[in-house]
Design a protein around this ligand. Structure first.
Ligand code: NAP
Length: 278
């Protein structure tokens, strides 16, 4: 065979053509849990697509990873995922890549009573935590559900299984993430699909979350929580979930222990009261 090499093509083009490179997509990789998850997947030899708004942070992460693993391909996507159109564009712009794992981690919280909450911040939060996650999950599942070895991991919270005072709207949004992902996991299993859908539910973790949720520029986790995990520990929990056959990876809010579990929400399954299939 003659292999025709076109030197105007980029490394990415070659990987696409050769079908060699598989990628792990991580949204919200510019700080906190997503940043550490990106490093953990790089350590496993995975090429990455890292997405968030802050390009400088993504470039720093890329330099850090390539300094240790120079052969990996790290693709940066700077985008505001609270704009639903941008979620579609992010996905469409990755069509040339073979995506082995998609991790919807981008998200933020808000501490306030429902009566007092800032509705423009809440609208952004729902667009990011719910809408972008739903768009990206659906498009990924549509294309890859029958591909062996693929996984979708959505980041919820233990507040996505327990309602926490002063964070009712955030918790409700994370209940959505938990129920949507558990339901999807069941749907995929019932359809005999190859993809696994999983949900990670961390408890308090020392990241930029506290600052963003409280609208402050400094936040002391020691004063505010006393007990918390580091983002590196949570990245380790995510790898534990990734390696397991379980659907849920949950941190207990009281003991801070991590456990893997089957889906936790009630499921109507094959109830005779379900709508009959057409
Ligand atoms: P973090 O350090 O604030 O990281 C949040 C990430 O989301 C950043 O990379 C941020 O990047 C990205 N992001 C925020 N708004 C975005 C937007 N509009 N478009 C695109 N990306 C956006 O907080 P974290 O704790 O690591 O949070 C990661 C996930 O864990 C979130 O889903 C959070 O709800 C969940 N979680 C956190 C805790 C905790 O205690 N920390 C507990 C349970 C669950 P840019 O700002 O650069 O866009």
């Amino acid at each position: 065979y003659i292999v025709w090499l076109d030197y105007t093509k980029s490394k990415e083009d070659y990987q696409m053509v050769q079908g060699m490179g598989k990628y792990t997509v991580i949204t919200g990789a510019s700080s906190g849990i997503g940043y550490e998850v990106a490093k953990a997947f790089a350590e496993r030899g995975k090429n990455l697509v890292i997405a968030a708004r802050r390009k400088n942070n993504l470039e720093k992460l890329k330099r850090e990873i390539l300094g240790i693993y120079p052969d990996l391909d790290i693709v940066i996507r700077s985008t505001d995922l609270s704009v639903p159109e941008n979620a579609h564009q992010l996905y469409e712009g990755l069509r040339g890549y073979e995506i082995e794992t998609w991790i919807n981690n981008a998200g933020f919280g808000n501490y306030d009573s429902v009566a007092d909450q800032d509705l423009s911040k809440i609208s952004m939060m729902l667009n990011l935590n719910i809408e972008a996650l739903t768009i990206l999950s659906s498009l990924y599942v549509r294309d890859y559900k029958d591909v062996e070895g693929t996984q979708l991991i959505n980041i919820s919270s233990c507040g996505g299984y327990t309602i926490v005072p002063t964070a009712v709207t955030y918790c409700a949004a994370k209940f959505y993430v938990s129920t949507f992902t558990e339901g999807l996991a069941r749907e995929l299993e019932e359809a005999g699909a190859k993809m696994k859908a999983k949900v990670l539910a961390p408890a308090a973790t020392k990241t930029e979350f506290g600052m963003v949720a409280n609208n402050v520029s400094e936040y002391d986790y020691d004063k505010s929580f006393g007990t918390y995990h580091t983002d590196k520990q949570v990245a380790g929990f995510l790898l534990g979930l990734y390696d397991s056959e379980k659907v849920v990876g949950l941190v207990d809010r009281e003991s801070f222990s991590f456990r893997l579990a089957d889906p936790l929400f009630p499921y109507a399954g094959n109830s005779s009261h379900n709508q009959q299939r057409m």
